[in-house]
Design a protein around this ligand. Structure first.
Ligand SMILES: NC(=O)c1ccc[n+]([C@@H]2O[C@H](COP(=O)([O-])OP(=O)(O)OC[C@H]3O[C@@H](n4cnc5c(N)ncnc54)[C@H](OP(=O)(O)O)[C@@H]3O)[C@@H](O)[C@H]2O)c1
Length: 289
């Protein structure tokens, strides 16, 4: 085949791959979107803000929501990484450099989302760090506090900025990325465990105060995921998580798919609490197995 024929073939194939009209199964009316097909939510016209979207679970979630038709707002400190990802996604993505430890930056990002896309329907509080990994008798209190500023106060910042916008428009979904560490103490992880326990309580508090105003609050405990965070954990050599084999971790697009599923009504049974992606029945409902 000569080169021009090859180009012609590619031009036909590329739009086919991305543009295939997928079957629509509108029977299951969802809280936010509706199911496009088995385990595929239609998020067309919805705006989803994701913190920590520069890599790992957040970047995978941004890609999954964009493929489901959502406008996506990518928030993280690494401005080049979110700009690159937004460029790959196209016009339905907005990159907003943001440190979640600073409330005013999170508030400005939420405002940017609303002025660009007209609404904010879903907030995913995903940004998180694992360090300092250190036993309590040696841990640096400053570093301990900085983790809390990101993993716990960062969640509060997203919630506080998003709630007025969501309530004003009749409701929305807030998902906090949790961890098994929210309910299990692990050696060297006092800051991380405390932050995730606090974030789980925030999920419960949002549900308690805001469900009647149309806010769906949920947490996702993904299990161990093959991201940079697991490289940092492995390098620490402390506690059993650092001893896991890389093949024990799930890929980042698994929690991304779970997050999409959580925007639909099948997840309503779990409002106000964490969903564990380790559970076989949840994996089945999400369509991962
Ligand atoms: N990987 C796992 O096994 C696992 C298991 C359970 C829960 N989780 C949770 O999943 C979430 C995502 O983690 P991951 O595994 O995807 O880790 P990752 O690859 O290290 O990504 C962490 C993300 O958080 C962002 N971030 C960190 N500090 C931030 C700040 N101050 N402001 C804004 N963004 C910030 C990072 O972006 P910038 O550096 O560009 O700001 C990055 O995009 C975290 O909440 C983590 O605790 C992970």
């Amino acid at each position: 085949m000569d080169v021009s024929a090859w180009h012609a073939l590619r031009q036909v194939r590329i739009p086919c791959v991305w543009g295939w009209p997928r079957p629509v199964y509108p029977g299951s009316k969802a809280a936010i979107g509706f199911r496009k097909g088995p385990h595929v939510m239609d998020m067309s016209g919805k705006t989803v803000a994701i913190t920590g979207a520069s890599r790992g679970i957040g970047a995978a979630a941004a890609t999954a929501f964009a493929e489901a038709g959502a406008n996506v707002v990518l928030m993280a400190r690494d401005r080049d990484a979110i700009a690159d990802l937004a460029g790959k996604i196209g016009k339905t993505a907005l990159a907003v450099p943001c440190d979640v430890a600073r409330y005013w930056e999170v508030e400005a990002a939420v405002n940017a989302a609303v002025s660009e896309f007209g609404s904010l329907d879903v907030l995913i509080n995903n940004a998180g760090v694992i360090n300092p990994i250190s036993r309590l008798e040696t841990v640096d209190p400053e570093a301990w506090g900085q983790l809390i500023d990101i993993n716990l106060k960062g969640v509060l910042h997203g919630v506080r900025a998003a709630l007025p916008v969501m309530v004003n428009s009749g409701g929305g979904t807030i998902i906090n990325i949790s961890s098994g560490a929210a309910t299990n103490a692990l050696e060297g992880w006092s800051a991380y465990c405390s932050s995730k326990a606090g974030a789980l309580m925030l999920t419960r508090c949002i549900d308690k105060e805001m469900r009647e105003k149309g806010i769906r609050a949920l947490g996702l405990s993904p299990g161990t995921v093959a991201t940079d965070m697991q490289h940092e954990i492995k390098a620490s050599g402390i506690n059993p998580v650092s001893q896991l084999d890389w093949s024990d971790h799930i890929p980042a697009d698994w929690p991304a798919k779970a997050l999409l599923w959580m925007c639909g009504p099948e997840a309503d049974a779990h409002l106000g609490t964490d969903i564990s992606l380790r559970l076989p029945e949840i994996r089945e409902q999400v369509g991962l197995v």
